[in-house]
Design a protein around this ligand. Structure first.
Ligand code: ADP
Ligand code: MG
Length: 281
Protein backbone atom coordinates (compact mmCIF):
# COMPACT_ATOMS: atom_id res chain seq x y z
CA UNK A 1 0.00 0.00 0.00
CA UNK A 2 2.61 2.49 1.12
CA UNK A 3 4.83 1.41 -1.68
CA UNK A 4 2.16 2.25 -4.23
CA UNK A 5 1.72 5.73 -2.76
CA UNK A 6 5.47 6.19 -2.73
CA UNK A 7 5.74 5.15 -6.35
CA UNK A 8 2.91 7.44 -7.31
CA UNK A 9 4.64 10.31 -5.56
CA UNK A 10 7.83 9.54 -7.42
CA UNK A 11 6.04 9.52 -10.73
CA UNK A 12 4.57 12.93 -9.94
CA UNK A 13 7.97 14.31 -9.04
CA UNK A 14 9.47 12.96 -12.22
CA UNK A 15 6.73 14.41 -14.35
CA UNK A 16 7.15 17.81 -12.79
CA UNK A 17 10.88 17.71 -13.13
CA UNK A 18 10.59 16.79 -16.75
CA UNK A 19 8.08 19.53 -17.47
CA UNK A 20 10.24 22.12 -15.81
CA UNK A 21 13.31 20.97 -17.66
CA UNK A 22 11.42 21.10 -20.90
CA UNK A 23 10.56 24.73 -20.34
CA UNK A 24 13.85 26.00 -19.11
CA UNK A 25 16.89 25.01 -21.02
CA UNK A 26 19.49 23.46 -18.83
CA UNK A 27 18.33 24.40 -15.34
CA UNK A 28 17.36 21.44 -13.26
CA UNK A 29 14.74 22.77 -10.93
CA UNK A 30 12.53 20.42 -9.00
CA UNK A 31 9.13 21.90 -8.54
CA UNK A 32 6.93 19.71 -6.45
CA UNK A 33 3.50 21.19 -6.11
CA UNK A 34 1.70 21.39 -2.80
CA UNK A 35 -1.60 22.69 -4.15
CA UNK A 36 -3.01 21.93 -7.58
CA UNK A 37 -5.85 24.03 -8.88
CA UNK A 38 -7.74 22.88 -11.95
CA UNK A 39 -10.41 24.77 -13.89
CA UNK A 40 -11.56 26.71 -10.87
CA UNK A 41 -14.59 28.94 -11.39
CA UNK A 42 -16.14 30.98 -8.60
CA UNK A 43 -19.33 33.00 -8.42
CA UNK A 44 -20.62 35.47 -5.84
CA UNK A 45 -24.33 34.92 -6.53
CA UNK A 46 -24.61 35.44 -10.27
CA UNK A 47 -21.38 37.45 -10.58
CA UNK A 48 -18.45 35.33 -11.70
CA UNK A 49 -15.18 36.32 -10.02
CA UNK A 50 -12.81 33.52 -11.15
CA UNK A 51 -12.68 31.89 -14.58
CA UNK A 52 -11.10 28.51 -15.29
CA UNK A 53 -8.07 29.10 -13.09
CA UNK A 54 -5.50 26.30 -13.19
CA UNK A 55 -2.29 26.60 -11.26
CA UNK A 56 0.21 24.32 -9.53
CA UNK A 57 1.52 26.00 -6.42
CA UNK A 58 5.15 25.02 -5.86
CA UNK A 59 6.25 23.60 -2.53
CA UNK A 60 8.63 25.57 -0.31
CA UNK A 61 8.79 28.49 -2.64
CA UNK A 62 7.28 31.95 -2.63
CA UNK A 63 4.53 32.48 -5.18
CA UNK A 64 3.42 36.07 -5.74
CA UNK A 65 0.01 37.00 -7.08
CA UNK A 66 -0.24 40.34 -8.83
CA UNK A 67 -2.97 42.10 -10.77
CA UNK A 68 -5.18 45.18 -10.62
CA UNK A 69 -7.66 45.78 -7.83
CA UNK A 70 -10.80 43.66 -8.14
CA UNK A 71 -9.24 41.01 -10.39
CA UNK A 72 -9.89 38.19 -7.90
CA UNK A 73 -6.58 37.89 -6.02
CA UNK A 74 -8.11 37.79 -2.54
CA UNK A 75 -10.94 35.57 -3.71
CA UNK A 76 -8.46 33.11 -5.17
CA UNK A 77 -6.37 33.09 -1.99
CA UNK A 78 -9.39 32.53 0.25
CA UNK A 79 -10.59 29.71 -1.97
CA UNK A 80 -7.38 27.79 -1.26
CA UNK A 81 -8.40 27.22 2.37
CA UNK A 82 -12.15 27.39 1.65
CA UNK A 83 -12.44 30.52 3.72
CA UNK A 84 -14.29 32.17 0.84
CA UNK A 85 -17.25 29.91 1.60
CA UNK A 86 -17.95 31.98 4.69
CA UNK A 87 -19.73 34.22 2.15
CA UNK A 88 -22.98 32.24 1.83
CA UNK A 89 -23.69 33.11 -1.83
CA UNK A 90 -20.40 31.65 -3.06
CA UNK A 91 -20.44 28.79 -5.55
CA UNK A 92 -17.44 27.08 -7.06
CA UNK A 93 -16.66 24.51 -9.73
CA UNK A 94 -13.43 22.81 -10.64
CA UNK A 95 -10.97 21.18 -8.29
CA UNK A 96 -8.33 22.08 -5.76
CA UNK A 97 -6.03 19.43 -4.41
CA UNK A 98 -3.91 19.98 -1.33
CA UNK A 99 -1.28 17.26 -1.07
CA UNK A 100 -3.25 15.22 -3.61
CA UNK A 101 -6.50 15.37 -1.63
CA UNK A 102 -9.58 17.07 -3.07
CA UNK A 103 -10.41 19.87 -0.61
CA UNK A 104 -13.95 20.27 -2.01
CA UNK A 105 -14.76 16.64 -1.21
CA UNK A 106 -17.57 16.32 1.33
CA UNK A 107 -15.29 14.09 3.40
CA UNK A 108 -12.52 16.64 3.62
CA UNK A 109 -12.15 18.20 7.06
CA UNK A 110 -12.21 21.98 6.78
CA UNK A 111 -10.73 22.42 10.23
CA UNK A 112 -7.69 20.46 9.17
CA UNK A 113 -7.39 22.44 5.96
CA UNK A 114 -7.44 25.78 7.77
CA UNK A 115 -4.74 24.53 10.13
CA UNK A 116 -2.50 23.39 7.30
CA UNK A 117 -3.24 26.32 5.01
CA UNK A 118 -2.96 29.37 7.26
CA UNK A 119 -3.74 32.94 6.37
CA UNK A 120 -2.34 36.38 7.16
CA UNK A 121 -4.37 39.45 6.20
CA UNK A 122 -3.70 42.92 4.91
CA UNK A 123 -4.54 44.65 8.15
CA UNK A 124 -2.89 42.99 11.15
CA UNK A 125 -5.76 41.42 13.10
CA UNK A 126 -4.46 40.31 16.49
CA UNK A 127 -7.05 39.37 19.08
CA UNK A 128 -7.46 41.85 21.96
CA UNK A 129 -5.38 39.57 24.17
CA UNK A 130 -1.79 39.28 25.25
CA UNK A 131 0.93 38.39 22.77
CA UNK A 132 1.18 35.02 24.50
CA UNK A 133 -2.55 34.32 24.31
CA UNK A 134 -2.66 35.32 20.65
CA UNK A 135 0.00 32.78 19.73
CA UNK A 136 -1.30 30.08 22.10
CA UNK A 137 -4.85 30.51 20.79
CA UNK A 138 -4.76 27.86 18.04
CA UNK A 139 -2.83 25.24 20.05
CA UNK A 140 -5.28 25.69 22.96
CA UNK A 141 -8.22 25.12 20.59
CA UNK A 142 -6.46 21.94 19.56
CA UNK A 143 -6.52 20.85 23.19
CA UNK A 144 -3.00 21.68 24.33
CA UNK A 145 -3.20 22.76 27.99
CA UNK A 146 0.20 22.14 29.55
CA UNK A 147 1.98 25.37 30.31
CA UNK A 148 5.44 24.04 29.42
CA UNK A 149 4.21 22.85 26.04
CA UNK A 150 2.43 26.13 25.30
CA UNK A 151 5.49 28.10 26.42
CA UNK A 152 7.58 26.19 23.96
CA UNK A 153 5.15 26.67 21.09
CA UNK A 154 4.86 30.39 21.79
CA UNK A 155 8.63 30.81 21.86
CA UNK A 156 9.19 28.74 18.75
CA UNK A 157 6.44 30.52 16.81
CA UNK A 158 7.61 34.00 17.79
CA UNK A 159 11.15 33.02 16.83
CA UNK A 160 9.81 31.68 13.54
CA UNK A 161 8.16 35.03 12.92
CA UNK A 162 11.39 36.89 13.77
CA UNK A 163 9.90 38.77 16.69
CA UNK A 164 10.93 36.80 19.76
CA UNK A 165 13.82 39.08 20.66
CA UNK A 166 11.62 42.16 20.44
CA UNK A 167 8.80 40.70 22.48
CA UNK A 168 10.20 38.12 24.87
CA UNK A 169 9.85 40.53 27.78
CA UNK A 170 6.42 41.75 26.67
CA UNK A 171 4.61 38.43 26.26
CA UNK A 172 1.84 39.40 28.65
CA UNK A 173 1.17 42.82 27.18
CA UNK A 174 -1.88 43.34 25.01
CA UNK A 175 -1.05 42.88 21.33
CA UNK A 176 -3.05 46.02 20.54
CA UNK A 177 -0.27 48.06 22.12
CA UNK A 178 2.31 46.90 19.58
CA UNK A 179 3.29 48.69 16.38
CA UNK A 180 1.60 47.61 13.15
CA UNK A 181 4.69 45.76 12.00
CA UNK A 182 4.96 43.92 15.31
CA UNK A 183 1.26 43.07 15.22
CA UNK A 184 1.65 41.61 11.75
CA UNK A 185 4.54 39.42 12.87
CA UNK A 186 2.51 38.29 15.90
CA UNK A 187 -0.25 37.32 13.45
CA UNK A 188 2.33 35.38 11.45
CA UNK A 189 3.47 33.69 14.69
CA UNK A 190 -0.16 32.87 15.45
CA UNK A 191 -0.44 31.21 12.04
CA UNK A 192 2.81 29.28 12.61
CA UNK A 193 1.73 28.02 16.04
CA UNK A 194 -0.60 25.40 14.56
CA UNK A 195 2.13 24.03 12.28
CA UNK A 196 0.80 24.88 8.85
CA UNK A 197 2.66 24.07 5.71
CA UNK A 198 1.15 26.67 3.43
CA UNK A 199 0.87 30.32 4.41
CA UNK A 200 -1.42 32.60 2.43
CA UNK A 201 -0.62 36.27 2.76
CA UNK A 202 -2.97 38.90 1.40
CA UNK A 203 -1.04 42.14 0.91
CA UNK A 204 0.58 41.64 4.33
CA UNK A 205 2.75 44.75 4.14
CA UNK A 206 0.40 47.25 2.55
CA UNK A 207 -0.52 48.74 5.92
CA UNK A 208 3.10 48.82 7.15
CA UNK A 209 5.89 51.39 7.10
CA UNK A 210 9.00 50.67 4.98
CA UNK A 211 11.09 49.30 7.87
CA UNK A 212 8.38 46.89 9.01
CA UNK A 213 7.81 45.96 5.37
CA UNK A 214 11.48 45.07 4.97
CA UNK A 215 11.28 42.91 8.11
CA UNK A 216 8.27 41.01 6.85
CA UNK A 217 9.90 40.57 3.41
CA UNK A 218 13.03 39.19 5.06
CA UNK A 219 10.88 36.89 7.15
CA UNK A 220 9.11 35.55 4.06
CA UNK A 221 12.49 34.57 2.66
CA UNK A 222 13.27 32.65 5.83
CA UNK A 223 9.86 31.02 6.04
CA UNK A 224 10.12 29.48 2.61
CA UNK A 225 12.76 27.07 3.93
CA UNK A 226 9.90 25.29 5.69
CA UNK A 227 6.66 26.59 4.28
CA UNK A 228 5.05 27.18 0.91
CA UNK A 229 4.02 30.80 0.68
CA UNK A 230 1.53 32.53 -1.55
CA UNK A 231 1.60 36.28 -1.26
CA UNK A 232 -0.74 38.77 -2.89
CA UNK A 233 0.94 42.08 -3.45
CA UNK A 234 0.08 45.21 -5.39
CA UNK A 235 3.73 46.15 -5.25
CA UNK A 236 5.53 44.73 -8.25
CA UNK A 237 8.97 45.52 -6.87
CA UNK A 238 8.04 43.46 -3.84
CA UNK A 239 6.91 40.55 -6.03
CA UNK A 240 10.18 40.77 -7.98
CA UNK A 241 12.25 40.95 -4.77
CA UNK A 242 10.77 38.13 -2.78
CA UNK A 243 9.05 35.59 -5.02
CA UNK A 244 10.22 32.61 -7.03
CA UNK A 245 7.10 32.40 -9.17
CA UNK A 246 4.58 35.05 -10.09
CA UNK A 247 0.99 34.75 -11.24
CA UNK A 248 -0.70 37.63 -13.03
CA UNK A 249 -4.48 37.83 -12.70
CA UNK A 250 -6.80 40.04 -14.73
CA UNK A 251 -10.60 40.13 -14.52
CA UNK A 252 -10.75 36.81 -12.72
CA UNK A 253 -8.48 34.99 -15.15
CA UNK A 254 -4.97 33.74 -14.58
CA UNK A 255 -3.22 35.32 -17.54
CA UNK A 256 0.33 34.21 -16.93
CA UNK A 257 2.21 32.15 -14.36
CA UNK A 258 5.96 31.85 -14.63
CA UNK A 259 9.29 32.13 -12.86
CA UNK A 260 9.33 35.64 -11.44
CA UNK A 261 12.39 36.72 -13.45
CA UNK A 262 10.85 35.46 -16.68
CA UNK A 263 7.50 37.06 -16.02
CA UNK A 264 9.00 40.47 -15.35
CA UNK A 265 11.77 40.37 -17.95
CA UNK A 266 10.12 38.44 -20.71
CA UNK A 267 6.33 38.37 -20.33
CA UNK A 268 4.63 36.07 -22.79
CA UNK A 269 1.26 37.80 -22.84
CA UNK A 270 0.71 41.35 -24.04
CA UNK A 271 -1.63 41.98 -21.09
CA UNK A 272 1.09 41.00 -18.61
CA UNK A 273 3.50 43.30 -20.35
CA UNK A 274 1.02 46.18 -20.30
CA UNK A 275 0.41 45.67 -16.61
CA UNK A 276 4.02 45.40 -15.48
CA UNK A 277 5.04 48.37 -17.56
CA UNK A 278 2.32 50.39 -15.87
CA UNK A 279 0.01 50.83 -18.82
CA UNK A 280 -3.01 50.02 -16.68
CA UNK A 281 -4.00 48.96 -13.17
N1 ADP B 1 -18.08 39.11 -0.41
C1 ADP B 1 -18.27 39.42 -1.70
N2 ADP B 1 -19.51 39.47 -2.24
C2 ADP B 1 -19.71 39.78 -3.54
N3 ADP B 1 -18.72 40.06 -4.41
C3 ADP B 1 -17.47 40.04 -3.94
C4 ADP B 1 -17.17 39.73 -2.57
N4 ADP B 1 -15.82 39.79 -2.40
C5 ADP B 1 -15.31 40.13 -3.60
N5 ADP B 1 -16.29 40.28 -4.53
C6 ADP B 1 -16.10 40.64 -5.95
O1 ADP B 1 -15.21 39.72 -6.55
C7 ADP B 1 -14.31 40.39 -7.42
C8 ADP B 1 -12.87 40.09 -6.99
O2 ADP B 1 -12.62 40.71 -5.74
P1 ADP B 1 -11.30 40.44 -4.91
O3 ADP B 1 -11.05 39.00 -4.89
O4 ADP B 1 -11.46 41.14 -3.61
O5 ADP B 1 -10.21 41.17 -5.82
P2 ADP B 1 -8.73 41.69 -5.47
O6 ADP B 1 -8.29 41.05 -4.21
O7 ADP B 1 -7.93 41.34 -6.66
O8 ADP B 1 -8.85 43.19 -5.33
C9 ADP B 1 -14.68 41.86 -7.37
O9 ADP B 1 -15.52 42.14 -8.46
C10 ADP B 1 -15.42 41.98 -6.08
O10 ADP B 1 -16.37 43.01 -6.14
MG1 MG C 1 -7.66 41.90 -2.40
Amino acid sequence: MNKVIEEKANINVNQKTRETNGNQEGTVEKTNSIIEVNDLNLWYGSDQALYEVSMDVPQEQVTAIIGPSGCGKSTFLKTLNRMVEMVPIVKTSGSIKYRDQDIFSSKYKQEYLRTKVGMVFQKPNPFPKSVYDNVAYGPRIHGIKKKEVLDQIVEKSLKGAAIWDELKDRLHENAYGLSGGQQQRVCIARALAVEPDVILMDEPTSALDPISTAKVEELVQELKQKYSIIIVTHNMQQAARISDKTAFFLNGELIEFANTDDLFQNPQDKRTEDYITGRFG
